[in-house]
Design a protein around this ligand. Structure first.
Ligand code: HEM
Length: 441
């Protein structure tokens, strides 16, 4: 330390002092905000009929326990499981940090666009699977992440290859990791790296948008349609999206669509690989290309997709901000609280699904097999997943191409989930050994 003081000189010492004071002021203001929130929480916790549970330590609440769960082999959902065993289905806790998904693109998801997307997915998946060597071990999650990332970038930005695409993929990975990190903006923290990655993504998107603005471009992707709609709104005197809002929407879509779909594909391959009965029940005939109509004629495969999504619960909970004081199951819930809907607990509830841990696609043979609001893989209500049809299409195309090209054997049966992942991801990535069907016949 002494050596450092001697070397840096008086100017740098001043700079360090200013930086130190700035950091202290920042920390103090954050502590003050947290203290006020904590006081409010404690005040509410004194009133009757609020959900059972613990608000944890002053200031930090149960954040440490939450982070410990994220960092454990069982994953962050263990935090929820432990508390629901202790307090029941509805419990309160206190964690800092929030997660957001935003919507503003509803009309871009028509069945017409899904139809042309199916062809793109098919080509991408066909190409990717053709590259696997006969007898090789393939990590399904890695392959699926590459495929879904390419699919999202092609569909959103017509970006198919090159350095821009690779950089984007790496940066999106950093942003996803930062979403569950402590919000500490010091260099080297996961959160800080995520912020830097977000800046780089926004700047790449900014360049792409400025190349497109004002040009009579013949791109047929989401960005182009968004820009066209935006121009139309502007000429009708309506609100115009800023470039930053468009960039933000595109980034949200990449994050919302890539990791979720890749994780769901991985779980599906694992469940099927470990379930001969279900595997035998799928009838898949080789086709040179797939259309949306073909996908609509795959009833059992569609149930495999649905059952995989139920058992895996890729998005295990989703948050809602309480806008007004209200009551849930007799418990008083205060305005300003975050309520997290625990979709996994519902998917695995034996009073809702018979033998919930069993992978059984046929449970959906009967359309009205389950209670309303019991299948929450894509959320429910006003914030239901926008990419629902797209995600199902990608899963079906992947399943069909895999089934008609390879036989596979799951090598690692470990089911633990990845640490620090926003969505429920298989830690092993699901290594499988693949054998080309043409070499068996
Ligand atoms: C298997 C794959 C997927 C799963 C399990 C999934 C799941 C979900 C869930 C549970 C929500 C609701 C979150 C909430 O209510 O807070 C959601 C929202 C959303 N999803 Fe997906 N999703 C998947 C794929 C996709 C794809 C492929 C896209 C885009 C192309 C997408 C775009 C979105 C968007 C934009 C929202 C926000 C909707 C809003 O806030 O109004 N998702 N997703």
């Amino acid at each position: 330390m002494f050596q450092l003081l001697v070397d840096v000189g008086p100017y740098c010492l001043c700079l360090y002092a200013v930086l130190g004071l700035g950091a202290m002021a920042f920390v103090m203001s954050q502590l003050q905000k947290m203290f006020q929130q904590q006081q409010l929480n404690w005040k509410y916790s004194m009133t009757d009929n609020i959900p059972p549970g613990s608000l944890g330590l002053p200031f930090i609440g149960e954040t440490i326990q939450f982070m410990a769960a994220i960092n454990s082999d069982k994953g962050f959902y263990d935090f929820v499981r432990e508390r629901s065993l202790r307090y029941g289905n509805c419990f309160k806790t206190n964690i800092f940090g929030e997660t957001h998904l935003r919507a503003s693109l509803v009309n871009l998801f028509s069945s017409n666009s899904i139809s042309s997307l199916v062809k793109q997915f098919d080509q991408l998946i066909f190409d990717a699977l053709s590259g696997w060597e006969d007898g090789a071990t393939v990590i399904v999650l890695d392959e699926a992440l590459k495929i879904t990332f390419k699919a999202m970038c092609k569909m959103l930005l017509s970006l198919e290859s090159g350095a821009e695409l690779e950089l984007l993929q790496e940066d999106v990975g950093q942003v996803c990791k930062a979403m569950l990190a402590f919000p500490l903006t010091f260099p080297c923290t996961r959160f800080y790296k995520g912020l830097q990655a977000r800046k780089r993504i926004m700047s790449t998107l900014e360049k792409i948008i400025s190349r497109r603005r004002g040009l009579d471009s013949d791109f047929e992707d989401f960005l182009q349609r968004l820009l066209a709609e935006d121009d139309a709104s502007c000429s009708q005197g309506m609100h115009r999206l800023t470039d930053e809002e468009i960039q933000d929407n595109i980034m949200t879509m990449i994050i919302a669509g890539q990791d979720t779909t890749a994780s769901a594909i991985t779980w599906m391959v694992k469940y099927l690989g470990e379930n001969e009965e279900a595997l035998d029940a799928i009838k898949a005939t080789k086709k040179s290309f797939l259309s949306l109509d073909d996908l609509n004629e795959m009833p059992y495969a569609s149930k495999v997709v649905k059952e995989s999504l139920r058992v895996a619960s890729v998005v295990p909970w989703f948050p809602r901000l309480v806008l007004e004081d209200c009551e849930i199951e007799g418990y008083k819930i205060k305005k300003g609280w975050n309520v997290n809907i625990d979709s996994r607990a519902i998917h695995l509830d034996p009073t809702v699904y018979d033998e919930p841990l069993k992978f059984n696609p046929s449970r959906f043979d009967d359309e009205i097999c389950c209670k309303p609001y019991s299948f929450l893989a894509f959320g429910m209500g006003a914030r239901t997943c926008l990419g629902i049809n797209m995600a199902k299409a990608m899963m079906l195309v992947f399943l069909h191409r895999l089934l008609t090209t390879y036989k596979w054997r799951v090598i690692d049966s470990d089911s633990s989930t990845e640490k620090w992942a926003l969505f429920s991801r298989l830690r092993s990535g699901c290594p499988v050994q693949v054998t080309r069907i043409s070499n068996i016949e």
